[in-house]
Design a protein around this ligand. Sequence first.
Ligand code: MRU
Length: 342
Amino acid sequence: MTIQAIAWSPSGAVRIIDQRALPEAQIERDLESADAVADAIRTLQVRGAPLIGITAAMGLVAGTRELRAAPRETFLACLPQLVRLLAAARPTAVNLRWALDRMTRVAAATPGDGAAIWERLHAEATAIWEEDRAMCRKIGEAGLPLVPDGASLLTHCNAGALATGGIGTALAPVYLAHEAGRRVHVFVDETRPVLQGARLTAWELTHAGISCTLIADAAAGALLRQAKIDLVIVGADRIAANGDFANKIGTYPLAVLALHHGVPFYCAAPSSTIDPSLEDGERIPIEHRPPEEVKALAGRPVAPAQVAALNPAFDVTPARYVTAYLTDRGVMQPPFGGEADP
Ligand code: MRU
């Protein structure tokens, strides 16, 4: 059983697993307002490109519950402010803006009063979630032939069930290989500074009974050189038209090392992660997070308080390092066009 990262609560709030508390505790939180959802995205209670898109769409619904009795004009007039609040929560994952643009278009095109528009938005947010679940499975099917019995792969950050509405992107082929009875082993980069690999990927793979070994990020190069890795699969936060893509900081050096050692390097992502409006990766906005995340580990200082620290949350991997893209449309090569259109 894979973990389900998001749900509607019975009262219509957005129910999340607070990922900051993993792996020590599995805490569910009900987010009642767009403010609470924006805060949860900003503070990494929910994270992972597809999941933050889904969460924002659901947050827009939770945040407009009070407007159900409002006339159409009032409902539509209140929407842009909430959309801006949610869209500003994190800049790099295009899924966030993609989901909110889709919700905005649907609201404008729905006839009727506040109640009718709200019902339609609720259905659309649920559809975004369900489509993501289906896209994850298709990514898994595209990647399954690459994960034969006995395969060892390396992944970075968390691009699994905790980052999506389904079985993940980079981990989807792993889940399907495991489901098919193949023996598969995953080396998991711990993923400093906030340890999504150690805290989340290692946790969800263990939870699913999939064999994995946690490594310090710095160990990946040695494993690749020793031919212990058959393939690398990572997720993406935004893929430009030419195939350059942003993903968790530390992805780019892995791609360079993989090419150097002749190990195939795959980027797995749904169509909603493709941003055809960007020609290449140079213009992908890179989030810079607080330096404290680098200067501390699990809340404890690991550096002098006064030292400067730089904390870019993502890097850009040029397309030339990518063997292929595993998407819901199959195994693809750039250039990418309007794949994200619903
Ligand atoms: O900062 P995070 O934890 O949101 O970063 C997540 C990643 O970089 C993932 O690899 C990416 O979003 C793909 S998730 C399917």
